[in-house]
Design a protein around this ligand. Structure first.
Ligand code: IMP
Ligand code: MG
Length: 172
């Protein structure tokens, strides 16, 4: 039997999302900000985050995959959807569900910089630290954990559990 151990309640998520949105709003005042959500995992986090921003913002999406249906990374990243907006000379923030090895993120950062973005920062719901393999900075994180496979609030296991309103550690 799999076990779901609570990690973040609805209230904790809401509080942190609002705090992060406030930090972004004050740091990006008077700049041309584009938030880029990484599909599919970031769709819920991004939708809550943008509604708490108090500055003008454009939203776009990218889709990258490095995982199959298992809980460990394949180590390869495939970009299956690029941004549609013109990002040249724009300040962009990548919005990720979770940063694990950092392989996906470092690939996406390189890609956006080579597309001419003026700056690229990272905002993640969860910064999972133990398996980091590349040096990436998570500029804004709602929550940090050492390890464990998390589901809920956009995070999936084999495409399930994204709809859970809280975040859980899934013990298989
Ligand atoms: P990374 O390239 O190893 O940093 O993997 C990042 C991606 O792997 C995330 O965007 C997620 O889609 C997936 N992932 C990593 N850890 C977890 C987890 O604990 N739960 C669900 N998905 C995860
Ligand atoms: Mg995923």
């Amino acid at each position: 039997m799999s076990e779901f151990i609570p990690v973040l309640t609805k209230e904790e998520i809401a509080t942190r999302v609002e705090e992060v949105a406030q930090a972004i709003s004050s740091e990006y005042r008077d700049r041309d900000l584009i938030l880029i959500g990484i599909l599919k995992g970031a769709f819920i986090f991004l939708s809550d985050l943008v509604r708490h921003l108090s500055i003008p913002v454009q939203v776009d999406f990218m889709c990258a995959s490095s995982y199959g249906s298992s809980t460990s990374s394949s180590g390869r990243v495939k970009l299956t959807k690029d941004v549609d907006l013109e990002i040249k000379n724009k300040d962009v923030i990548i919005v990720e569900d979770i940063v694990d090895t950092g392989i996906t993120l470092s690939y996406l950062i390189k890609h956006l910089k080579s597309s001419g973005a003026a700056s690229v920062r990272v905002c993640a719901l969860i910064d999972k630290k133990e398996r980091r393999e590349t040096e990436v900075t998570v500029d804004y994180a709602c929550h940090a954990v050492e390890k464990g496979f998390l589901v809920g609030y956009g995070l999936d296991y084999a495409e399930f559990y994204r709809n859970l309103p809280e975040v859980y550690h899934l013990k298989l």
